[in-house]
Design a protein. Structure first.
Length: 93
């Protein structure tokens, strides 16, 4: 019989998702800064204002989520390096 895999989680997927979300949120903030409304109103001013109001807060919130994902991944990675209860053996002489 084959033994079931007891591989411990490494947190790599959370860390990867955190970095990806961090890059995406920085892109949102940069694009929000690029399309910010101009002092002189033009025909696209309302659309620019709406996009600016969506991208800037969304970018900052997603940065917070990215850091939360990174922290979860790093905590899981730190826990995965701890020995399991069964693995700790004390030699008696």
């Amino acid at each position: 019989m084959e033994k079931a895999s007891t591989k411990r989680p490494t947190g790599a997927s959370q860390i990867f998702a955190g970095w990806a979300l961090l890059v995406a949120s920085c892109a949102m903030i940069i694009s929000g800064l690029l399309i910010r409304p101009r002092p002189v109103a033009d025909s696209f001013d309302h659309a620019r204002q709406a996009m600016y109001e969506i991208l800037m807060p969304g970018g900052f919130v997603s940065i917070l989520l990215a850091f939360a994902l990174l922290c979860v991944g790093w905590i899981i990675r730190a826990i995965s390096f701890l020995p399991e209860r069964n693995e700790v053996r004390v030699e008696r002489t």
